[in-house]
Design a protein around this ligand. Structure first.
Ligand code: FES
Length: 577
């Protein structure tokens, strides 16, 4: 054995392919029906390409091609690539919400990895929940892994202007309701929005999570922003295929990259890019799987003072394609200087500081310098008060500034169906000073923690030209959405949180500067209402939904299943029989 070989860690795939006995015969023989020669079983690293391709997930529909580029790189470096499918989560089609299935997909990923002869992983992710689901599952196994995002779509164009995924849909649909846009024009915009392969090209959740991948050090440089159809995305996939083989030899596991410092970097970068509030439950859940202590308050503590440097929709003007041409995430990370742990390791073997040291800024309109930020303070604010003793969040950069301190009369909707039935009723007693309250949209309540928090405004308010109101709920909000929207109220209404006890006419105070969200009723009255409150029956008595509702944690803990927090490593299971 050469000295170099002695240093290499033992491969778990050898337990399948390395034995000259009946089991080894079986493991190899059936694989040979794919036209594989005997030398691929010579002890080389087996790289699993975990693919979320699906025609039901349009954002990931180009992934079979992307996987081929990964394979080229793996073969080049003497690895053995094997692509396998896992549950895919398509944001636009799945009902009631993809978030109901994030943890299920993560279990699929974790168990698929552990049960198979894999030494290293490429995680192909794109649409919102596919990124956290694969990272959570892989983190619980803790093998060497690189995340390859599928890349954003090209800019949308309509009537001579750029339009962004989600963001344009929210504003155009409000314009239709306000009578400012004909329905025919709205329908025409449908074919102008998603005009190439890729995920949403605003700084929504998919782009946010692709940026988190890069900021955490789990993706190669420029993972966040290269458009899906740009040939450089294929090159990135190819290079990831090459690098993962080296990482297996180096035993560079996820736990060596995903340190507390890496998560702190991610939180700060998320603030600087104006990233989605959805990053909160996802980062909390990933941290939980890898054993890093992270809390909701870390997002406020670390992120709130960060300057907003990226002028992208939904809070700004540009789109991901522009972001890439301006320099991409590396430019932002460089601009953040010592606000980032620059010595944090990344998957390419360099530190994040080394990866970004030379990053140019080609367009200071798109990526601002810290001296001329889009906003001085951009991070997510974590609120507390009798309405949310375990926390609630708001993204001040996406809200109307004058509403960040507001006292208003509650108009309560018990469910989203109740909201839809009454919101445009002329008899509904509501105006722009009110606080819209939605219940029943938390992790257990909906079930699944849907993106309903940015409730559409009442038509009669829109018709006055008003575009924002304070809205509070236990729901999430699409990363492409905006407004004075308080989200993730914890505990949620379905478990008897104070949100469940709010009644029409109660006064609510929001004070973001003071981090307060208060229901102005006495403790005695709150206790009286709590004593009278009755939970709804569980939404299902069988299957996944039952398991989910019984075990999902609250928003401030990341909404993982309680028994999935942590990991089981990737010990080789007992032989197949
Ligand atoms: Fe897939 Fe937005 S719908 S990323």
């Amino acid at each position: 054995m050469a000295d170099d070989d002695k240093k290499k860690p033992a491969l778990r795939s050898a337990a399948w392919f390395g034995n000259q006995d009946r089991d080894g015969f079986n493991h190899r023989a059936w694989m040979r029906n794919q036209g594989l020669p005997s030398h691929v079983f010579d002890g080389r690293p087996v790289i699993g390409i975990c693919n979320t391709w699906s025609e039901l997930t349009p954002c990931n529909a180009h992934f079979r091609q992307l996987a081929e580029h990964v394979k080229r790189g793996v073969w080049e470096m003497g690895g053995f690539p094997l692509e396998f499918p896992v549950m895919s989560l398509g944001e636009t089609l799945m009902r009631p919400t993809t978030m109901l299935y994030r943890n299920l997909a993560s279990m699929d990923v974790e168990e698929s990895i552990r049960a198979n002869p894999l030494d290293g992983l490429i995680l192909l992710v794109g649409c919102d929940k596919t990124t956290p689901a694969l990272m959570m599952g892989a983190a619980s196994c803790d093998l060497p892994a690189i995340v390859v995002s599928g890349g954003p779509m090209l800019n949308g164009y309509f009537q001579g202007k750029t339009i962004g995924s989600g963001t344009a849909v929210w504003s155009m649909s409000e314009d239709v309701r306000a009578g400012k846009m004909p329905l025919s024009a709205f329908m025409e915009a449908e074919s102008c929005l998603s005009r190439s392969a890729g995920h949403c090209m605003t700084m929504g959740t998919a782009s946010t999570m692709a940026s988190m991948v890069e900021a955490l050090g789990m993706g190669l440089p420029q993972n966040a922003a290269i458009p899906a159809v740009d040939s450089r995305r294929s090159v990135l996939a190819h290079m990831a295929g090459r690098r993962i083989v080296e990482m297996v030899h180096e035993d560079l596991r996820m736990s060596k990259i995903l340190t507390r410092e890496a998560f702190e970097n991610a939180i700060r970068v998320n603030a600087a890019i104006g990233g989605s509030t959805n990053a909160i439950p996802h980062l909390l859940a990933i941290a939980g799987r890898i054993g890093v202590k992270l809390t909701l308050d870390d997002f406020d503590k670390l992120g709130h003072e960060m300057p907003l440097l990226v002028d992208l929709m939904p809070h700004g003007r540009f789109l991901m394609e522009d972001f890439y041409y301006a320099g991409g995430l590396a430019t932002v990370i460089k601009a953040l200087g010592d606000l980032i742990h620059r010595d944090a390791p990344t998957v390419n073997g360099m530190t994040i500081g080394e990866n970004t040291a030379e990053a140019p800024n080609w367009n200071e309109e798109v990526i601002r310098s810290p001296e001329k930020p889009l906003k001085e303070r951009a991070g997510i604010a974590v609120l507390r008060g009798n309405l949310c003793p375990d926390g609630a969040v708001i993204k001040p950069s996406a809200a109307t500034a004058s509403l960040l301190k507001h006292r208003g009369r509650a108009v309560v909707f018990e469910t989203i169906e109740d909201f839809k039935a009454r919101i445009d009723d002329p008899a509904l007693d509501i105006d722009e000073t009110c606080v819209m309250v939605l219940k029943g949209a938390g992790p257990k309540g909906y079930p699944g923690f849907p993106e309903l928090g940015n409730l559409p405004l009442p038509k009669k308010v829109l018709q006055k030209g008003i575009t924002d109101m304070v809205r509070i709920s236990d729901a999430r909000m699409s990363g492409t959405a905006y407004g004075a929207v308080v989200l993730h109220i914890s505990p949620e209404s379905a478990v008897g949180g104070a949100l469940a006890l709010v009644q029409d006419g109660d006064m609510i105070t929001l004070d973001v500067e003071q981090r307060k969200l208060e229901l102005e009723i006495s403790d005695e009255e709150l206790a009286r209402r709590r004593a009278a409150w009755k939970p709804s029956p569980p939404p299902s008595d069988r299957g996944w939904v039952k398991l989910y509702v019984e075990h999902v944690t609250q928003a401030h803990l990341g909404c993982d299943l309680d028994f999935l927090v942590g990991g089981s490593g990737a010990k080789v299971p007992r032989p197949a029989h």
